[in-house]
Design a protein around this ligand. Structure first.
Ligand code: NZQ
Ligand code: ZN
Length: 380
């Protein structure tokens, strides 16, 4: 096990009706800017609950943080926040609203253009931020990460600021999710766990078992929550899987990969494909490409997650990858580039970008532009 320092300061407020607790969490007298996406919260009653809970606060609303939040939109929010002298942010929505608001929280404390901060990669001088999460997937509600896009240049990069001070997770607000977003959320959570698990075995028994617990939970609940989205207990489990999948708890002292995500971000940047859908395509291709390197862990994963114990090692590895791809397919997601109408030109462009950026992803920094190309070839 590697050395680590762990601290996760986000207060989780979980359960039915918990949005009403909001006012207790925001210090009195704060000038609050509440940020939203495109309006789903108006249809499912979340907006009314938030408004009711914030009675008595000085509130400014900012609407229109889109999926894969764009710097072009976030600059407007930062400008408005500066004008209103905002000193507390409340993000109400999915990962995109939360991520966008993390950049706003940094941008409010920065004199220059907020895209500088994205290129810098991190900025910890921020206005405090709370969240009401409406979509289980990203873990953004309990981590310090964000992913910000730039429309003008079709770029998408990770950015790190501070953790939300608190996050309210009421599973009933997820009942209105479109099935496609549930599918993408399951795939995203599954791949977050993979990025922290599928490296080398024997680093930590505990991290392995926790990660495997999340895989098993997702596989167990997926058929039902894809069928219908209003089962409280199942959606509650899904929500907690997503949070625990990317809040640092399963990453203690172990190596992490993240190459699938970095390749997936390019597919979103170039084609607008939903984040979880990119991962369902890239992960199987990545595992096929790196199966020698990840051999021992793939065998453990095959046996413990999919019960694969028969056949040669080669057969068991192939079967483990095939079962993973079939799982994504069972969610109704595409698992090959062709199914998403993505062709050779995109592969060339990603290789070009990665060569220019001199990337080296993966747990051993050996997923270079050339390896990423092989991964994409194996996603055809
Ligand atoms: O904008 P509104 O109208 O709210 O609609 C949203 C949006 O269209 C809708 N939605 C959200 N909650 C809903 C709902 N519709 C009905 N009922 C509800 N309860 O769903 C659509 C997608 O929302 P979005 O926030 O984009 O989805 P998600 O939570 O999957 O976030 C994706 C973004 O997060 C980044 C991704 O790259 C992507 O940009 N990620 C952030 C991470 C992090 N912060 O740690 C890690 C992840 O790996 C990921 O990269
Ligand atoms: Zn993700």
């Amino acid at each position: 096990m590697e050395n680590f320092i762990f601290q996760n300061p986000t207060k989780l407020i979980f359960g039915k009706g918990m949005i009403a607790q909001l006012a207790k969490e925001i210090p009195a007298g704060k000038r609050v800017m509440v940020t939203f996406g495109g309006g789903s919260v108006k249809k499912n009653g979340v907006y009314d609950q938030v408004k009711e809970a914030l009675k008595g606060f000085d509130v400014t609303e900012f609407w229109g943080i889109e999926a894969n939040p764009k710097i072009e939109t976030l600059r407007k929010a930062i400008q408005l926040g500066k004008e209103k002298k905002v000193d507390f942010l409340l993000a109400v929505g999915g990962g995109s609203v939360l991520d966008g608001t993390k950049l706003i929280s940094a941008g409010l404390m920065y004199e220059g253009d907020a895209w500088d901060l994205v290129l810098k990669g991190s900025y910890r001088h921020t206005v405090p931020l709370g969240a009401v999460l409406t979509l289980p997937a990203t873990g953004s509600e309990m981590n310090s990460g964000a992913v910000i896009s730039r429309l003008e240049t079709a770029e998408k990069y990770p950015f790190y600021s501070n953790f939300p001070v608190f996050s309210v997770l009421d599973p009933t607000v997820t009942f209105s999710l479109p099935v496609y977003q549930v599918a993408c959320g399951i795939a995203d959570t599954f791949v977050h766990v993979m990025e922290q698990y599928m490296t080398t075995p024997g680093q930590s028994r505990l991290m392995d078992r926790w990660a495997e617990g999340i895989f098993h939970s997702l596989i167990e609940i997926a058929p039902e929550i894809i069928e219908r989205q209003d089962n409280y207990d199942k959606m509650a489990d899904f929500m907690l899987c997503a949070t625990m999948g990317l809040n640092g708890f399963i990453a203690l002292g172990v190596k992490q990969d993240w190459a699938t995500h970095m390749i997936g971000h390019e597919l979103t940047a170039l084609h607008g494909l939903t984040h979880g859908a990119t991962l369902a395509i890239v992960l199987p291709g990545l595992l096929r490409t790196l199966k020698e390197k990840k051999r021992a862990k793939l065998l453990q994963y095959g046996e413990r997650i999919w019960g694969i114990t028969e056949g040669s090692e080669e057969d068991r590895i192939e079967e483990a990858i095939a079962r993973t791809e079939a799982f994504f397919k069972s969610l109704g997601l595409p698992t090959r580039l062709g199914e998403a109408q993505i062709g050779e030109e995109t592969i060339r462009e990603i290789e070009r970008r990665f060569t220019e950026r001199k990337v080296a992803f993966g747990e051993d920094q050996d997923v270079t532009a050339a390896v990423a190309r092989q991964v994409l070839e194996n996603c055809k």
